[in-house]
Design a binder for this molecule. Sequence first.
Ligand SMILES: O=P(O)(O)OC[C@H]1O[C@H](OP(=O)(O)OP(=O)(O)O)[C@H](O)[C@@H]1O
Ligand SMILES: O=C(O)c1cc(=O)[nH]c(=O)[nH]1
Length: 217
Amino acid sequence: MTPEEALSRQVAAALLTIGAVSFSPDRPFTWASGLKAPIYCDNRLLISYPHLRRTITEGFRQIIEFWELEPDVIAGTATAGIPHAAWLADRMELPMVYVRARPKAHGQGRQIEGRLEPGQQVVLIEDLISTGGSSIAAAEALMAADAHVLAVLAIFTYGFPEAEMRFAQAEIPLHTLTNLSVLLEVAREHGLLDERAMTVLEDWRVDPYGWSEAHSE
Ligand SMILES: O=P(O)(O)OC[C@H]1O[C@H](OP(=O)(O)OP(=O)(O)O)[C@H](O)[C@@H]1O
Ligand SMILES: O=C(O)c1cc(=O)[nH]c(=O)[nH]1
């Protein structure tokens, strides 16, 4: 069993228990991609729970060990990936960098902060994958700096085929600690989302793009 498989129910239960998962079909959330969705998973709340953030750090460390990744540097995506990248880099005693969504508009104009040498092997830490656009953009910035991106590790993925295709096209492995399917399974078992929420979410996940269009003003 992979560390991802071993931890997915525990991490999903943690997200549900701390109230990281919000449901609002009538006033949909707007995602970074511009998509409207009835669900928002706020992994940022994890940083407030020392025992849970240790679970995340340890999960990422186990994935790196299991898949025999040998990073020289741990990178975090700005902003939500940064704290987890920092704790992992500290745990593994490795250097760390972080990648801004776009180059800074003042100062030194950098997109990558911290020291990154050409040819270094990087594991990129992201908090969440929806369309995958943010993490692929961060990986491309690292590759433009002549780094080799070994993998992207994230806490949660919606598991959209579009995101999987993007990672496949970029030839970057993606490993996630949990995903929407497991989250819904755990929520159903423990009655953590009501029947209406479960029905809307099952309907939405079949066609998130169509759902978004139908719910945009
Ligand atoms: O897979 P995608 O479609 O790109 O969406 C996921 C991204 O969106 C969120 O970041 P956000 O832009 O909200 O910024 P933040 O990390 O600074 O909160 C999240 O933290 C991911 O980085
Ligand atoms: O796509 C996003 O922007 C997004 C979705 C989500 O559930 N949580 C989050 O932090 N960002």
